[in-house]
Write a protein that binds this ligand. Structure first.
Ligand SMILES: N[C@@H](CCC(=O)N[C@@H](CS)C(=O)NCC(=O)O)C(=O)O
Length: 284
């Protein structure tokens, strides 16, 4: 049996175990006709000899065998999708962590990713390692732009937990979202301009949580006075074209938003999981 066939059958076996392939198979079409069958696809994968990257992620608490609501996990999954890397997810029940998981993640946190037989925690470290190991396509955000929007998530948590409407936590979040709005207006549509980069893949899953959790627990949504922040988070540009045009001067209006990308939709948690995930913080 040739190496390619052996690898192919092993990949097919692994597919049944939950290996995910990136949405865009263009990478595998480079030297041949459009791949239309599952078998051809797996053989093509075997030919480039890419072993799926193993990743432990949070399991859904509402639906069996589904991805759960961890924005750090989604960031890493998005990075692998955008880099066209096959990966194998291991779903972890964080309310009842199995012993095998605690062995590889002593802090009990997800995501953890296996690189060269070693399990690596922390989405910052993992994203950096993915960039180093798989530099094509590059997703690097220039250092001077890497912290854009980085305070939004912590101010969101402050507001979500707050029980006093006058404690300034809502304003603190609005200030961060407003700075982000101004930045995108000047520099968008993405953090590094016309191309998506690592900073977007980190921020977008958090904005998704913000939208769902604040909508549910506080009946709050991003105000219309922040049209670029709203546009950045829209599920498609076409429906919101007037806003995109006003915000981005029309020249970027052909672009997808992050929330509308196949990779984002494939890796996002269900709204019910996001709501369930934040409940202890709100009740606490
Ligand atoms: N700084 C870490 C944060 C990871 C994190 O906090 N993950 C949460 C899930 S979203 C977790 O595993 N929590 C452990 C638990 O809930 O027991 C990263 O960027 O990966």
């Amino acid at each position: 049996m040739s190496t390619a066939v052996a690898l192919s059958s092993s990949l097919k076996h692994n597919l049944a175990l939950g290996i995910r392939f990136p949405q865009n198979p263009s990478l595998y079409r480079r030297n041949g006709p459009k791949v239309s069958t599952f078998t051809t696809f797996t053989v093509a994968m075997a030919a480039i000899n890419t072993t799926p990257v193993e990743i432990c992620v949070k399991a859904s608490v509402t639906t069996p065998n589904k991805l759960g609501d961890c924005p750090f996990c989604q960031r890493v999954l998005l990075t692998m999708e955008e880099k066209h890397l096959p990966y194998e997810m291991k779903l972890v029940d964080l309310s009842n962590k199995p012993e095998w998981f605690l062995q590889i993640s002593p802090e009990g946190k997800v995501p953890v990713v296996k690189f060269d037989e070693k399990w690596v925690p922390d989405s910052d470290v993992i994203a950096q390692s993915l960039e180093e190991k798989y530099p094509d396509p590059p997703l690097v955000t220039p250092p001077e732009k890497a912290s854009v929007g980085s305070k939004i998530f912590s101010t969101f948590i402050g507001f979500l937990k707050s029980k006093d409407p006058n404690d300034g936590t809502e304003q603190a979040l609005l200030d961060e979202l407003s700075s982000f709005n101004d930045y995108i207006k000047e520099n968008g549509p993405f953090i590094n301009g016309e191309k998506i980069s690592a900073a977007d893949l980190s921020l977008a899953p958090k904005l998704y949580h913000i939208e769902i959790a604040l909508g549910h627990y506080k009946k709050w949504s991003i105000p219309d006075t922040l049209p670029c922040t709203k546009s950045y988070m829209k599920p498609s540009t076409s429906k919101y074209m007037p806003c995109m045009r006003a915000c981005l001067i029309g020249r970027f209006s052909h672009l997808q938003t992050i929330f509308s990308m196949d990779s984002f939709m494939k890796t996002r948690a269900s709204p019910d999981d996001v709501i369930a995930g934040w409940r202890p913080k709100v009740m606490g």
